[in-house]
Design a protein around this ligand. Structure first.
Ligand SMILES: [Zn+2]
Length: 294
């Protein structure tokens, strides 16, 4: 299982900030595709970006958006994707193949030094990293469907979104069409900070619980963002892990109360929680575990 590695709002926001500092104002010389399945669009072609100046870098939910003089290079890093800043890139195009490299972006050198750029990589065999070249970010279906951003939603809107949503809190927080930017790791952290069960119904929250959840969402995401900002893109993943209280910490003591962090497993994912902090001390049913014990 790939615990805690999926880039979510704080990581993608930090990558955008990093690119604003290091890539904006530079001319994109060339983009080399190393993994054919990563590109999801064909018009305009990737080659259309060559020779254009990078005008901005931003984030939509968990999507990274590079504004290249009005064209947009949009990236979804998926499960195990990352962006690596490179100084002094080799000019020879990368060999397409089975390695982790999906796309290499070369910037034009400004003063005769070897050109910088970045690699988009993805580990593992289940490839999900997606690259789009579009005229407007809203042409990307995943962006068009996004709900309001988790850092922009206010308390009233948040309450209305939850009240209108049936089903469990864990699913509501990670549904990008409801609220954009939160994934498996930060939803575990938010629910722990709010002292709420991941299985509680989103539309069953009392007023004080809604306030706790909203405040926990803001605090968890802004704390993570503060930790990420200013770090080198290459080292951000490790930092994400060090700030976690329950996510990917099954069997370890809860930093708040000392109880043992527990896990519920699903087909291809899992959640972690603290029984004392979140579920009145009662362990949640884990279908996989009860199946094994039957
Ligand atoms: Zn606890």
């Amino acid at each position: 299982m790939d615990h805690g590695r999926v880039p979510e709002l704080p990581e993608v926001e930090a990558l955008a900030a990093f690119l604003r500092e290091n890539a904006v104002g530079h001319v994109l010389a060339r983009a080399d595709l190393a993994s054919v399945q990563a590109i999801k669009t064909f018009d305009p072609p990737l080659s259309a970006l060559g020779g254009l100046e990078i005008a901005g870098a931003s984030r939509h939910g968990k999507f990274l958006d590079l504004d290249v003089s009005g064209l947009h290079l949009v990236v979804h890093l998926a499960r195990a994707g990352w962006l690596h800043w490179r100084t002094g890139l080799p000019t020879a195009p990368p060999k397409p193949g089975k390695g982790p490299l999906a796309l290499r972006v070369h910037l034009e050198s400004k003063d005769g030094t070897p050109p910088n750029g970045f690699d988009l990589t993805e580990q593992g065999t289940r490839k999900g990293l997606a690259v789009y070249v579009v005229r407007s970010p809203s042409e990307v279906p995943g962006i068009a469907r996004l709900g309001p951003d988790a850092l922009e939603v206010d308390r009233e809107l948040f309450a209305a979104l939850m009240a209108g949503r049936s089903g469990q809190l864990k699913g509501a927080l990670t549904d990008q069409t409801l609220i954009a930017g939160i994934g498996n790791a930060y939803s575990d952290e938010i629910l722990h900070a709010a002292r709420l069960s991941p299985f509680k119904g989103a539309d069953k929250l009392k007023d004080d619980e809604l306030v706790r959840l909203f405040d926990a969402m803001r605090a968890t995401l802004t704390d993570a963002l503060d930790r990420q900002q200013g770090q080198k893109a290459a080292t951000m993943k490790g930092e994400k892990r060090s700030g976690l209280q329950v996510h990917a910490r099954t069997g370890l003591p809860c930093p708040v109360c000392g109880d043992t962090v527990r896990e519920v497993s699903f087909a291809d994912t899992s959640l972690q929680y603290c029984p004392t902090c979140q579920t009145g001390g009662k362990p949640l049913a884990d279908r996989r575990m009860s199946k094994l014990l039957r």
